[in-house]
Structure formats: structure tokens, C-alpha cells
Design a binder for this molecule. Structure first.
Ligand SMILES: NC(=O)c1ccc[n+]([C@@H]2O[C@H](COP(=O)([O-])OP(=O)(O)OC[C@H]3O[C@@H](n4cnc5c(N)ncnc54)[C@H](OP(=O)(O)O)[C@@H]3O)[C@@H](O)[C@H]2O)c1
Length: 278
């Protein structure tokens, strides 16, 4: 599938992985709708990409507000006349002791990561059905395959996105609309994990591996072209561990805890002390 001139909405395009996806798709000469709350950062990215010949539209959007999402779709169709690809990337992530997590934080995580993605797909799909074609990319996480300690709400939203993607495929593949869940591991060179590492001075264990924003952006392009159900982006590959967990759940849980708990607990403890960046 050639991506040239495809109209693509990217949420969370103002930072980290979303910004990298926008730069990668600009190289494919897609037309980009950049959405997030930080309009100044979106404008700066738009200027950078426009200088390379990419057509962009900036729409300030809070994905937790269904009215903003409906407007984002209306403005995209008014400007470009169609929507070919939706990248539901906006998300918030933090490691917290669950019993100390405020109601507002729990709701914000669910509304941003899960409800926002579901509602935006709901507003986009009628247009894709008219076109008899479309691609929806949902940015999940390896945390949606096995939720780490101190990230239970975040992991729940990512597991929800994986389930949502499966349901969309069952319903719409026959209508020409595909959906893919992308599951990155801890991501370096930008994004929320990098900020937590800077704040705590500690990385995850070597055994857990990880990925980069560039690898995630490449996975998005691959998913748009090939339409797989799910792509896990991590080195070393974690799918064998996930298969092991399906067969031996308690053993899988012990391994996951052994490789991740030290880092996530440190991040949650730093957040409990109010350390900036956590
Ligand atoms: N970094 C990792 O290690 C990692 C691993 C697996 C999955 N992921 C997932 O990848 C996605 C991007 O993460 P990242 O690491 O790039 O995070 P990031 O650097 O913190 O960027 C998050 C993006 O989401 C946007 N956003 C947050 N709340 C929003 C809201 N209410 N409305 C609209 N936009 C909102 C932010 O823009 P504004 O603040 O301007 O609105 C920003 O552009 C997330 O879904 C995350 O869960 C990340």
C-alpha cells in the first residue's frame, strides 16, 4: 500500500512517540492531521514538516473530550475531504502505588488512553465505511499483554485497547477497514519512559530489553501497509514469554515480576515523594 497523500490523524503528535510517527509518515508523503492539547508544539512540528513538503493540519484536541474528537473528525473532512488512517497514540502513563492514586488520575488515564481512542474510532469509522477503506492503529503496550506492578490502571487501558482492536477487526475487516494494536516495550529516545529514567536515574533490567521511538514509528508504517492484528515492538522478542505465560500463568507472572518490579517500584516511590518528572 502506498502511503502517499493518505490522510492520517495522529493523536498525541506533540511529543515522544507521536512526534516520531509524524516525522516517519511525513517521509512517506502522507497528509497529516496533528492532534494534541499543546498547540504550540503542534505548530512547531507542522512548520518543520511543511518545510519538507508535507501537508499538515493542526487541531488542538483533548482526547478525553468527545466534543473535541467529533470536531477533529469534522475539521479533517472539511480540510482534506477524507480520512484514510487513524493513529490513536495519545496516552498518559505513570507508576503509582494503587492505594495512593487519586480518583482524578484514574479517570484521566482511562479517559485519555481508552475511552478517547474508542470514541475517536467511533467518529472516524462512518467516514471509512463510506470510503470502503481505512486503517486504525491503536497504540497499546506490552503492559497490555502483562500488566506490571504499580501500573494496574495503565495496563488495564492497554489490555482494553488490545481487546477493542480485536473486536474492530472482527467487525470491519470484511468492509476494508483494518485495525492493529502496537505493543511497544519501554521506549528510549523520547517519550514517558525516558522522562522517568531521567527523573529516577535508573533504567529497567537488561533482561526486559526495550525499543526506540524510531522502531515504534517503523512498526506503525509496517502495520498500515500489512494490517496485522498486533505488533509487539521490543528487543529481545517477548512473545515467547507471553506464550509461556499462557501455558504456565504462575511461572509467567514470576518471571515478569522478577524483570520489572524493581524499576516500577522505584518509579512509584519517587512519585509518592513528589519527585519531578515521575
Ligand atoms: N514511552 C514508552 O515507553 C511507551 C511504551 C509503550 C507504549 N507507550 C504508549 O505510546 C503512546 C505515546 O507515549 P509517549 O511515551 O510518546 O508519551 P509522551 O511523550 O508523554 O507523549 C504523550 C502524548 O499524548 C498527548 N496527550 C496526553 N494526554 C492527552 C489528551 N488528554 N488529549 C490529547 N493528547 C494528549 C500528549 O500531548 P499534550 O500533552 O500536548 O496533549 C503527547 O503528545 C502512549 O499511548 C503510551 O502509553 C509508550
Amino acid at each position: 500500500m502506498t502511503l502517499q497523500d493518505k490522510v492520517t490523524i495522529i493523536t498525541g503528535a506533540s511529543a515522544g512517540i507521536g512526534q516520531e510517527i509524524a516525522r516517519r509518515l511525513a517521509k512517506e508523503q502522507t497528509r497529516l492531521v496533528l492532534a494534541a492539547r499543546s498547540e504550540d508544539k503542534l505548530q512547531a512540528l507542522s512548520e518543520e514538516l511543511s518545510a519538507t513538503g508535507c501537508q499538515t493540519l493542526v487541531v488542538r484536541t483533548d482526547v478525553s473530550d468527545p466534543n473535541d474528537l467529533s470536531e477533529l473528525v469534522d475539521k479533517t473532512i472539511a480540510h482534506f475531504g477524507r480520512i484514510d488512517i487513524l493513529v490513536n497514540n495519545a496516552g498518559v502513563e505513570s507508576f503509582r502505588h494503587f492505594e495512593q492514586t487519586e480518583t482524578e488520575d484514574i479517570l484521566q488515564t482511562i479517559e485519555t488512553n481508552l475511552t478517547g481512542s474508542i470514541m475517536l474510532a467511533r467518529f472516524v469509522i462512518p467516514q471509512m465505511l463510506k470510503q470502503k477503506a481505512g486503517v486504525i492503529i491503536n497504540m497499546a503496550s506490552t503492559a497490555g499483554k502483562h500488566c506490571p506492578a504499580f501500573a494496574s490502571v495503565y495496563g488495564a487501558t492497554k489490555a482494553g485497547l488490545i481487546g477493542f482492536t480485536q473486536g474492530l477487526r472482527g467487525e470491519y475487516l470484511s468492509e476494508g477497514i483494518s485495525a492493529t494494536a502496537i505493543c511497544p516495550g519501554f521506549t528510549t529516545s523520547g517519550g514517558v519512559y525516558e522522562r522517568i529514567v531521567s527523573a529516577t536515574g535508573k533504567k529497567t533490567s537488561v533482561a526486559l530489553g526495550g525499543t526506540s521511538t524510531a522502531a515504534v514509528a517503523n512498526a506503525v508504517v509496517k502495520a498500515i501497509r500489512n494490517g496485522p492484528p498486533e505488533l509487539i515492538v521490543n528487543w529481545p522478542p517477548v512473545r515467547p514469554a507471553i506464550v509461556l505465560k499462557e501455558i504456565f500463568p504462575r511461572l509467567g507472572e514470576m518471571l515478569a515480576t522478577a524483570v520489572s518490579k524493581k524499576f516500577v517500584k522505584r518509579a512509584a516511590d519517587a512519585a509518592a515523594k513528589g519527585e519531578p518528572g515521575t
